[in-house]
Design a protein around this ligand. Sequence first.
Ligand code: FAD
Length: 369
Amino acid sequence: MRQYDYLVVGAGFFGATFAKIMQENEKKCLVIDKNDFVGGLSFTQTIENIDVHRFGAHIFHTSSEEVWSFVNRFARFNSFINSPMAIYKDKVYNLPFNMNTFSKMWDVTTPEQAKKIIMEQTKNSTSTKPENLEEQAISMVGKDIYEILIKGYTEKQWGVDAKDLPAFIIKRLPVRFTYNNNYFNDKYQGIPIEGYTNLIQSMLEGIDLQLNANYFDQKEYYDQMAEKIVFTGPIDQYFGFCYGYLEYRSLDFITEVLDIENFQGNAVINYTERNIPYTRIIEHKFFNPKPNQTKTVITKEYPLAYEKDLPPYYPINNQRNNELYEKYYTLSRTIPTVLFGGRLGEYKYYNMDQAIEQAMQLARQELNP
Ligand SMILES: Cc1cc2nc3c(=O)[nH]c(=O)nc-3n(C[C@H](O)[C@H](O)[C@H](O)COP(=O)(O)OP(=O)(O)OC[C@H]3O[C@@H](n4cnc5c(N)ncnc54)[C@H](O)[C@@H]3O)c2cc1C
């Protein structure tokens, strides 16, 4: 008999959800994380009485009743609605693309006028089936919006020409002919009032937890502790990169405390010019305003090409990487006592609610094989 039913590597949303459900079903879990904090990428740290999202803006949104009621067991959420703005050459535009954006861009007031301009700008587009991001974007919002608000931002974000990016990246971009600045279409949205780290800590209550514990530093020791392992770190790293490295886009977050109350007047502002090196500035206090916040904390996000030792943020799901992932996935199926999950274990961009949903699904499978 081993000491634990499951060793869960990673205390992000995936690992914490899996461990919680297993604990509630009388299974014994040990959760370990190489960080000295829980929460993974959603980690929030209090600076100057402001909850700072250390790894980029994290806004919780979901349409799943099950996920929403699950997270609400561990935290109270505020009613934050994400309404980002974009700045291009000192002009400010509303996002997502909606009537506010169109009226600023073209001085129009009605949906009919906006649609007419977009139609005029798309009618010369040569392709009926967009082959790349540029063609896809122009077919959705026309040339002006593409050139002013999409091209520079996207090329910075991915480090390649928009013509060389797949069309699917932008397919789900909301475009609305209403005056609605809410970025997400989901039924529920908000920010945990006490921060994500407290939410995850509360999820992990009563579950054995070790921080500063890198699985690879003591792999044999950890392997003999549990019947099964749930691994939420990078799948290629688990297999010693035997087939090669999966590629990611990385980011550098430069955070500053400013001795002023209000820097930009909004939580998220995108900078869409190609020659401004950062993609956006986050002003954290606007996610969760509290009394006595006399200073402000901002973070500039600089996209970076991925190198082996940089943190992996966005998977680059091109053909090379997808094929490589398939090889690792096939290899993972040969060891049924190790289960891979989460954004790094499955090499997939998951929103937090999707990571929770996937962890719930894996837990169900384990409980009802
Ligand atoms: C810049 C950015 C912004 C985002 N914004 C949003 C947003 O606004 N809304 C939204 O819903 N989602 C957002 N996401 C997605 C969100 O971060 C993910 O859904 C979430 O992190 C998935 O949780 P996870 O547990 O799979 O991964 P993670 O949070 O990365 O957790 C994995 C954990 O495993 C640990 N680990 C890895 N290897 C080891 C090891 N060898 N030993 C021990 N521990 C290990 C890591 O330290 C980490 O804590 C954003 C992502 C990025 C990159």
